[in-house]
Ligand binder design. Structure first.
Ligand code: GLN
Length: 290
């Protein structure tokens, strides 16, 4: 048996299970199981594999991972990681897999907010990808992140332990949005990628998302806007005068969320598009004279 044969076997299995990225996924899982980089895979793929225990084990692991992928478990949960903003985040089924779309939000905050002393609050932190990227790449040193899921908080804490630079720290708090915080606490920058998919839409999503990503991280209630309503309502009390808000939004939610932010007293409200050109982030400033 060769790596090439194993790859063909796995690709065929994934194709029959209806996986649209069969060849790429099989190769990624093969590299993972055999702990190989692409160069060594290409050099050795036609060599007969030995029958040492380690090799048999790797082949077994590979086949198990292929079976998981046939059940449409996302590749990232099988591998246990996803890159975001050039950082390698650990993920499991308790957290949303960080998306490239969300990098638009982080990049906008990094561009607009250069003062590292500003206090940052990340609501619905999930894997911690937004909070940790702002700390590592923006040098923000006072960052608080909350999530309703205790399991998500554990994942975020592990990511922080692995990715933060020496001396950096993020405060992770478990609780439903602002309930996680003590009263009287205020911040300069509020960021969030809250759940924003309307409930009825979820059942039409890809099985990877619908059946495996946490519903808690996706479901924005009937119209998808319930978290924006709650965040906008409380933003004025949690943000310092002159503070700013940055929210990820669904591609068709800009108008509705803009109206909510206007009503909450925000100005200079702008919508920023993601790489594919869809509305993805909304930002606003809170007046200094409140
Ligand atoms: N903040 C995390 C992310 O952007 C999780 C978001 C969520 O759970 N809705 O990936």
């Amino acid at each position: 048996m060769t790596l090439h044969q194993l790859l063909n076997e796995g690709t065929g299995r994934l194709k029959r299970a209806g996986n649209p990225e069969a060849a790429g996924d099989a190769r990624r899982l093969l590299l993972e199981a055999f702990r190989l980089d692409t160069v060594h895979f290409l050099m050795n793929r036609m060599e007969p594999l030995g029958c040492e225990e380690g090799i048999q084990q790797a082949a077994d692991d590979y086949r198990k991972m292929i079976e998981k992928r046939c059940r449409r478990i996302p590749l990232q949960y099988i591998l246990g990681c996803q890159e975001f903003m050039g950082l390698n985040f650990q993920v499991d089924s308790h957290v949303l897999i960080p998306r490239q779309d969300t990098e638009t939000l982080v990049e906008l905050v990094l561009q607009e907010q250069k003062d590292q002393n500003k206090k940052v609050l990340d609501l619905c932190t999930g894997s911690g990808c937004i909070a940790i990227s702002l700390a590592v790449l923006g040098g923000c040193y006072d960052v608080t992140a909350t999530d309703i899921s205790p399991e998500a908080i554990k994942v975020a804490e592990k990511n922080a332990a692995k990715l933060l630079k020496e001396g950096q720290k993020i405060r992770f708090l478990q609780g439903d949005l602002l309930d996680a915080l003590k009263e009287q606490e205020t911040y300069d920058i509020l960021v969030s990628n809250p759940p924003y998919i309307p409930t009825q839409i979820i059942r039409g999503l890809e099985p990877e998302v619908r059946d495996h990503e946490p519903l808690l991280a996706l479901d924005g209630d009937q119209d998808g806007l319930s978290f924006y309503r709650r965040i906008a309502k409380d933003a004025g009390t949690i943000l310092n005068p002159g503070g700013a808000i940055y929210l990820e939004i669904g591609h068709d939610q800009a108008e509705a969320v803009k109206a909510l932010l206007e009503e909450a007293g925000f100005s200079d409200i702008r919508v920023v598009k993601d790489l594919p050109g869809k509305d993805r982030v909304i930002r606003g400033d809170l007046s200094r004279n409140r």
